[in-house]
Design a protein around this ligand. Structure first.
Ligand SMILES: Nc1ncnc2c1ncn2[C@@H]1O[C@H](COP(=O)(O)OP(=O)(O)OP(=O)(O)O)[C@@H](O)[C@H]1O
Length: 372
């Protein structure tokens, strides 16, 4: 956009065509006119899940010579507030009538729970252009069964709910289904989010899930593992626990020269010890199979929302103020199993994101001061 201000010939080119007439100077992070050669350009792929970023990319394929982001949102002299609306105005997006029709058809033979699952599948597929539009046109069908359930819960068959309450409860059911797929309505900026007493009572569900363990059972598990520790394992356990209890920044790397030396045994002992004291421990592993070995574990990409593919400048898709950010703030220990299987960019992405979330500006503090 800076180059467009400087060079009039750039204003006749869409972004992907830019490389045919200009070259990018990495050092000064700017474009300058091409003197020789010819290159064909392409725009990097962006997932539809990224929402506005995806629509920005779509606009960049046709808009020529913008000098600011606002320019990209102007279509036929009308300035649109968001890139998605600009895409609609350009005819790049279709309306979502087929999704509304699918739900209309399904309502004749499916219960509300099935319809909500279908709607969630549509959301997860990110193929709807205007999920909010589909929701507005279908929420009466999606809320099927909600009033019946509420009447049973409250033991009041005469209970009447307003449209707003019904929508709220339906959105909450949808949110729960999305959560099972590690997504949230917050990932769809134009969709309403359940508000009021319903959500405020539940609080941060990620934190709730991490604390929702049977402490008596965890204590029993911990004692049986702890009593079997070898002297070396005992020393490792005590050292790590000292750092965790003081919440002193430290990164441990536990390895054995061959398999079966008791690393997983150690992770389990640490996890049970801390979770039985109602502390949050996040257990992750590079692969799905490895993550099955640890209690409550997930893959690193899923837990920390590490982008795929991961580059040297990648950061995790975690925003300040989200439930995941709050969970990370409260986390006492992160256990990353089979760490050598992960690319170094994954660690760097998590390091950068944790520093951002924890507000540690000092570059020498690893992982935002967490014990890893
Ligand atoms: N102190 C111990 N007391 C009793 N059994 C133990 C002890 N330490 C490890 N084991 C057992 O040894 C086996 C191998 O240990 P573990 O799976 O923890 O090793 P590992 O180092 O994680 O292996 P890998 O490198 O293959 O992942 C397991 O069955 C575990 O229960």
């Amino acid at each position: 956009m800076e180059a467009n201000k400087k060079y009039p010939e750039g204003r006749t080119l869409a972004y992907a065509q830019y490389v045919s007439k200009f070259v990018y100077v990495k050092k000064t992070r700017s474009w300058k006119p091409r003197k020789s050669g010819y290159t064909i350009g392409r725009l990097i792929w962006v997932s539809p899940c990224t929402s506005e970023l995806y629509y920005l990319r779509m606009m960049l394929t046709i808009v020529k010579g913008p000098t600011c982001y606002e320019n990209i949102r102007i279509v036929s002299n009308i300035r649109y507030e968001i890139f998605r609306d600009a895409c609609f105005a350009c005819g790049l997006l279709k309306d979502d009538r087929e999704y509304i029709e699918a739900l209309r058809e399904a309502k004749d033979w499916g219960f509300g729970f099935y319809l909500r699952k279908l709607f969630v599948t549509m959301l997860l597929s990110t193929s709807m252009n205007r999920p909010n539009h589909v929701w507005q046109n279908t929420w009466q069908w999606l809320s099927d069964g909600i009033l019946y359930n509420q009447r049973n819960i409250s033991n009041n068959q005469g209970l009447v709910l307003t449209d707003e309450q019904l929508q709220n409860l339906t959105l909450l059911e949808i949110e729960k289904l999305l959560e099972g797929n590690r997504r949230s309505l917050k990932d769809y900026p134009l969709m309403p989010y359940p508000n009021g007493y319903v959500t405020s009572q539940l609080g941060n569900r990620l934190i709730y899930q991490e604390l929702n363990y049977d402490t008596d059972e965890l204590k029993r598990n911990f004692h049986s593992l702890f009593n079997s520790l070898t002297e070396e394992q005992y020393n490792i356990f005590q050292t790590i626990m000292q750092f965790v209890n003081r919440q002193e920044v430290h990164m441990f790397f536990l390895y054995g020269y061959y398999g079966g030396t008791g690393k997983t045994h150690m992770w389990r002992t640490l996890t049970y010890a801390l979770r039985s004291q109602k502390h949050i421990v996040l257990t992750v592993a590079a692969s799905g199979i490895a993550s099955l070995l640890l209690p409550g574990s997930r893959t690193t990409h899923s837990k920390f929302k590490i982008p795929v593919p991961t580059f040297d400048n990648s950061v995790c898709n975690i925003h300040q103020g989200t439930e995941l950010a709050e969970l990370l703030k409260k986390t006492k220990l992160i256990i990353w199993d089979e760490a050598p299987m992960s690319h170094k960019f994954c660690f760097e992405a998590l390091d950068k994101s944790l520093c951002d979330i924890m507000g540690t500006t000092n570059g020498s503090i690893l992982f935002g001061g967490k014990v890893v």
